[in-house]
Design a protein around this ligand. Structure first.
Ligand SMILES: Nc1nc2c(ncn2[C@@H]2O[C@H](COP(=O)(O)OP(=O)(O)O)[C@@H](O)[C@H]2O)c(=O)[nH]1
Ligand SMILES: [Mg+2]
Length: 314
């Protein structure tokens, strides 16, 4: 494994292999690697903050990967560079969806201005989010204009991703009729743009209806937000709706003072503190304490006081 300083110089120079290896370092569970990874993050941090961080969410099969491929190529056509991080906690086990995503992103994966990386497989959702954030920071420092995070499309993970990004896109499929019941309100609440996807061929009519329904629901759900979430229709196969999508994203980043980055930072800081606390707790040997409590020599609350003092002493 290369050292932080070396990887940092590589990343600064625009060497994609260094970026890749940097992310591998971050994902490693080896304690020495983790120390080095922390070092790398410190080095790159001052270079971060420029990229637009965007989540692409929606149920499996709605066309997230295809959208990223197609819209991504559209952005590249406008001289933009983009990184794609795909979160998939099941990927480690099945291997399936990463392969699927790669084949869906053939043009992007072959393009010099794009970088695609399946995201780490943490054991916990929190772990996934943390590693994705760090991978995102490396991509940001590298100099990508956009970072797309493709989510898994199920429940809680979407919400944890929403804390990582500036802009949250929800892809919906037209025509299932009960879409609105099917998706969690919470996801709709955090969405900054709803895209009725696959609005092509016979779907077009249904897409119009869905667009109308979503606009109404959003007006009720999000009436206290300063940003009115637009509902657009698009097709990745026919490459329609991309100009509108792009201009909504532009408008958002222009009018938006990145106030939500403060919330992102707050959540991040708390996560880091929890992580440190967790490591501390793991390092305690509780066997003797348990023995004493079990034998009735002390009680659990007494032991707790002692342990807390030990944890917070240094
Ligand atoms: N009609 C139509 N089909 C699409 C479109 N985009 C993707 N699909 C199809 O939807 C399926 C799922 O796409 P995929 O990108 O893998 O979805 P993901 O699971 O959300 O990443 C594939 O069979 C795609 O060919 C589109 O714009 N129009
Ligand atoms: Mg996909």
């Amino acid at each position: 494994m290369r050292k932080a300083q070396e990887l940092f110089s590589g990343i600064k120079k625009g060497d994609i292999t260094s970026l890749s290896q940097g992310i591998t370092l971050i994902e490693s569970r080896n304690p020495d690697h983790q120390k080095e990874a922390r070092e790398l993050l410190k080095l790159i941090y001052p270079l971060t903050g420029r990229a637009k961080r965007i989540a692409i969410s929606g149920t499996p099969g709605v066309g997230k990967s295809t959208f990223i491929e197609s819209f991504g190529m559209y952005l590249i056509g406008k001289d933009q560079k983009l990184a794609v991080l795909a979160i998939d906690p099941t990927s480690q086990r099945t291997g399936g969806s990463i392969l699927g995503d790669k084949t869906r992103m053939t043009h992007l994966s072959a393009h010099k201005d794009a970088f695609i990386r399946p995201s780490p497989n943490g054991e916990t959702l929190g772990g996934i989010a943390a590693k994705t954030r760090e991978a995102m920071l490396l991509c940001d420092a590298f100099g990508f204009d956009f970072i797309f995070i493709e989510t898994v499309g199920v429940g809680q993970s979407e919400l944890s991703v929403s804390h990582l990004v500036d802009f949250f896109i929800l892809l919906m499929q037209p025509g299932s009729g009960d879409e609105l019941q099917g998706i969690k309100r919470g996801i709709l609440e955090v969405s900054d743009l709803v895209l009725i996807h696959k609005a092509d061929g016979e779907n077009q009519k249904l897409a119009k209806i869905a667009q109308h329904d979503f606009k109404r629901s959003l007006a009720i759900l999000q009436n206290d937000r300063s940003w009115q979430t637009p509902v657009l229709a698009c097709s990745s196969l026919e490459k329609t709706g991309f100009e509108e999508t792009e201009s909504v994203i532009d408008k958002f980043f222009k009018q938006y003072n990145l106030e939500s980055r403060k919330t992102q930072l707050q959540i991040w800081l708390k996560e880091l503190l929890m992580e440190q606390l967790d490591t501390k707790i793991e390092s305690l040997n509780l066997k003797d304490n348990l023995e004493r409590i079990y034998k009735g020599q002390t009680d659990i609350l007494n032991e707790l006081d002692k342990l807390s003092q030990e944890i917070f002493r240094d």
